[in-house]
Design a protein around this ligand. Sequence first.
Ligand code: ADP
Ligand code: ZN
Length: 435
Amino acid sequence: MERYFQPEIECADRETIKAWQDERLVKQVKYVYENNAYYRNLMDEKGVKPEDIKSTEDLHKLPFLTKADLRDAYPYGLLSRPLKDCVRIQSTSGTTGKRVVAFYTQHDIDLWDECCARAIVAAGGSDEDVVQVCYGYGLFTGGPGLNGGSHKVGSLTLPMSSGNTERQIQFMRDLGSTILCCTPSYAAFIGETLHDMGYTTDDIKLKAGIFGAEPWTEEMRRDIEKSLGIKAYDIYGLTELSGPGVSFECSAQTGMHINEDHFIAEIIDPETGEVLPEGEKGELVFTSITKEAFPLLRYRTRDICVLTREKCPCGRTHVKMSKPMGRSDDMLIIRGVNVFPSQIETVLLNEGYTPNYQILVDRINNTDTLDINVELTQEQFVKYGEDVYLYEKELASAIKTMLGIRPRVHLLAPKSITRSEGKAVRVVDKRKLHD
Ligand code: ADP
Ligand code: ZN
């Protein structure tokens, strides 16, 4: 079990980590240049040769890759290995447009599984654990990633996939699952269903959850921890770089350690592309330095966060990223004000509402409108009764204090908003339909 807490790697000193990164980067750039015509063209256009990259200090000389490039090069354009060396594909969820396909050699799968294994161990997992994986299996990386990690750790793995929530709880109880892996929105739904079925946290053995694949707030974390009686850990990743496990939380629960022996992280200004100093908020950019089939150099994730190298009490030295507050393209501009859905979630949960909500944006008579539907619990529903409009006003004011603009709030009857079993769809922006 201790195999996947690897102190010689995860707690190495900064100079050692940098030396690995320098060496692997130089090798990777040469490899990509020689084996990938798409990226070679980008480098040639920018006038950069592999010899120009001697260490991580030279990283900024390389051109960026964007999701548009991946779509443009679909399906084989960014493959750096003959197809016969590849053993698997996975694909993005297509949350923001056309799906992107990523390729893996067996070596790539092994490294990916290892990253997920580290995440499970960091959440307290070992070969004594029963790991219930309710991320979707299939093209989505969530299920296969945590499944592979759990195998590596030697835990008993329950490959449930998502959905059929009552059966999830049945298995959780019958087989004594101790670690739950799924999206945070699905974890919230599982917690709700557990209580609806008349059980309490005493009826299950869960101790930890590993939740990611979508943005979630600290308030949501507390909510899930309470309803399932667990410690909830964040995990981050994206298909383009392998999948979940690019970074993961440790017991400190203050940001996710990036697996720096496999990925180099940078933060850039999303407008200018300029690299920002440590501690500043910006767009996360990754360079994969160990992958064979689909290595990406300076890939722009569009996820907005902060990096920190502050000493972590867990002993790991790999850089930590803050919870991404959403993608740069998740940000809504409403009446000229920048709004992240996560800000709304924070207010809702702080004001005692459920994480079952929906944000509706539209443009009526040339003015942006913001409507927020929030579901009430049975107790709230009974208590508010005919005074519900007063509570709607109160919540609208609390949201205005956070955002600077006043939404229309609609408090709805229990169970009226569809639950998510994978990535939740929180925002419906109807303005896009009119454009
Ligand atoms: P898609 O981009 O189509 O959703 P993926 O399934 O590969 O495809 O999802 C990767 C994206 O999911 C990341 O770029 C990020 O925006 C989001 N994501 C993954 N993990 C987290 C997390 N822990 N917190 C916030 N966002 C996350
Ligand atoms: Zn730590």
